[in-house]
Design a protein around this ligand. Structure first.
Ligand code: ZN
Length: 142
């Protein structure tokens, strides 16, 4: 049952391949070589200013969180993330083995959460620093 649901919603690699075959692509590779994918990829990279969504290094690829019809057709690019090679490997692989679509999604969520917590901490640190600078200036001015 879960397998059927997964197939319909594009939540596994085999579901993705099935959808792609219905779209007329022999394989995921041929999809990645198509003009359709190239234009979707370009759109996502431009949206993300060609920066990795996890570390802000230059992005070279676009990661899919799911492979629904809408995503594969490029109607829904919200579930795609520009990434650098090393962050993408951290999201999709455990050592040599590729994670499932769901495992990769969970890992990406965790990394995005860690990133936003980091930036909250940085904001607190920046606020503290500017208060300190203000204090130093006021000492000097006295
Ligand atoms: Zn990165």
């Amino acid at each position: 049952m879960e397998r059927l649901v997964a197939k319909r919603s594009g939540k596994s690699y085999s579901a993705r391949n099935q959808i792609l075959r219905r779209m007329g692509f022999a394989s995921y590779r041929s999809y990645l070589e198509s003009g359709l994918w190239k234009s979707i990829r370009r759109r996502v990279l431009v949206r993300d200013r060609f920066l990795c969504r996890l570390c802000e290094a230059p992005a070279v690829l676009v990661h899919h969180v799911n492979y629904s019809w809408w995503a594969l057709l490029g109607r829904d690019v919200a579930c795609m993330y520009s990434m650098c090679v090393s962050c993408h490997a951290a999201v999709e692989f455990e050592g040599e083995s590729k994670l499932s679509v769901r495992q990769a999604r969970n890992r990406l969520r965790k990394l995005l959460r860690a990133k936003s917590e980091r930036s909250d901490r940085d904001n607190v640190a920046a606020e503290y620093l500017s208060e300190q600078e203000e204090h130093m200036r006021s000492i000097r001015c006295r």
